[in-house]
Each structure stands twice: as C-alpha cells, then as structure tokens.
Write a protein that binds this ligand. Structure first.
Ligand code: PGA
Length: 244
C-alpha cells in the first residue's frame, strides 16, 4: 500500500520569523498517522526548520541542490551540506528551475544521481507545457523527461524517488487538471514504469502538483494512482495546508 505524501513547496516565500510561525501552526494542528507531510522552506531557513520539527511528523525538505560535490559554484548548495543539517529529501527538476534557471534534462540527471549517491531521497518534478498538451505530445514529452533522468540509474535507486507530475499550465494559475485527467496520466505513468519493473511501479509514489488546494484536493487525492500532492500557494497558509 502506497502512503500518501502531502508536500508544501514554499518557493521564495517566508522570512525566518514567518517560517517559525507557520511551522508552529502546522505542528499544533497536524497529527498525521497515515500521510507523510513534507515542507520545503528556503535554504536559509532549513536548519532552523529541521530543529523546530524534530519532535513532529513533519519532514523538512530542500527545494534544490547543486550536482557537484563541492567547489567553486558561487551561491550553490551541495547534497552533503543538506545531509549534514538533517535534510533527507530534495526536490529536483521543478518547472521553475527548468524555465528560469536553465536546468536541462542532462543537468537534472546529474542532480538526481548526486542526490541519490549522497543518500538523499528525491522528489522529481516533471510535466508538459500547454502547447505539448494541445499538440497531444504530452505523454511523449513527460516520458522523455523521465527517461533522461532515470534510465541510466540502476532500478534499485528508484525506491528513493518520488515523482511529482506537474502540468506547467496548472502551476500557480488556479487551473488544475480535472481529477480524471490527472488520474489518466498517473495511470499511464505507472504503466510506463511497470513495463520496466512491475514491483517498482506498484511502489512508486506519484504526486500531482499544480494549483492543488483545500477545495480540490479531496477529489484529486481520491484517485487510485494519485499518491499525494506537491503544493505551492496553498501550502503557505496553515489552515489550507492542514485541510489538504
Ligand atoms: P501551486 O504550485 O500549487 O502554487 O500551483 C505547485 C508547485 O509549483 O509545485
């Protein structure tokens, strides 16, 4: 049985004091037993957030990392730095990283490998643009994003990967896919992995992302192949995130 994951991607939001405040509100009201809850504050607030959540069920995860082990990469953060402060999971390949920071499939493959080699779990994001959907090329596109990132890895590594399917048109726009549309693609994704390894496919947690909120989450999360959500905007508000 796959456990559901509800992950909040805070992006470039919340100062240190706001981070503490939001975590306090979540800790007071969240008591999940059958759901994995993750939050991804900004890098500068990660260490404090890890400490603050150490007595709770909330896992603090990173939004990104660099693929190199160390070195002259001004402004970047390496996998072992995350591990060292108690972070165990990292988001890789968010569409904003792809679109605004030039992260290609090749770079994301390196990042994924570096994260796994350092013992981090990866929440790997992928998804098509509206134009790919309109030209009905969306499945081809997401399959190639996945192949480029994973197919050089031993399939045993896939146990440490969570997938987050996020159609780009749905991110931050309020235009979520319908639960049926989202289920259909999650089903196809699982079938795609099952053609390689049935066991891994059945265990793979595939999250949906893109305008998930307190109102639409129930219907999306009720779909059999949707194993959770990666939530941006609605994760910045304690009441909304708790409802999800
Ligand atoms: P959103 O963001 O929930 O604000 O659409 C989702 C994401 O970018 O992961």
């Amino acid at each position: 049985m796959r456990k559901k994951i509800v992950a909040g991607n805070w992006k470039m939001n919340k100062t240190a004091s706001e981070t503490t405040e939001l975590i306090d509100a979540l800790k007071n009201q969240l008591n999940p037993s059958d759901v994995e809850v993750m939050i991804a504050p900004t890098f500068v607030n990660l260490q404090a957030a890890v400490k603050q959540t150490s007595d709770s069920h909330i896992e603090v995860i990173a939004q990104n990392m660099h693929q190199a082990q160390s070195g002259a990469y001004t402004g970047e953060i390496a996998a072992d730095m995350l591990k060292d402060i108690g972070v165990q999971t990292v988001i890789i390949g968010h569409s904003e990283r792809r679109a605004y920071f030039g992260e290609t499939d090749a770079i994301l493959a390196e990042k994924t490998k570096a994260a796994l080699d350092n013992g981090l779990r990866v929440v790997f994001c992928f998804g098509e643009e509206l134009a790919d959907r309109q030209s009905e090329k969306h499945f081809e596109l997401v399959a190639s994003q996945l192949k480029n990132a994973f197919f050089a890895l031993p399939s045993s590594d896939w146990n440490n990967i969570v997938l987050a399917y996020e159609p780009v048109r749905a991110i931050g726009t309020g235009e979520t896919a319908s639960p049926e549309q989202a289920q259909q693609i999650h089903y196809e994704l699982r079938a795609f992995f099952a053609s390689i390894d049935e066991n891994i496919a059945q265990g793979l947690q595939i999250l949906y992302g893109g305008s998930m909120n307190a109102t639409n989450a129930e219907a999306l999360l009720a779909q059999p192949d949707i194993d959770g959500g990666l939530i941006g905007g609605a994760s910045l508000n304690a009441d909304d995130f708790i409802k999800i």
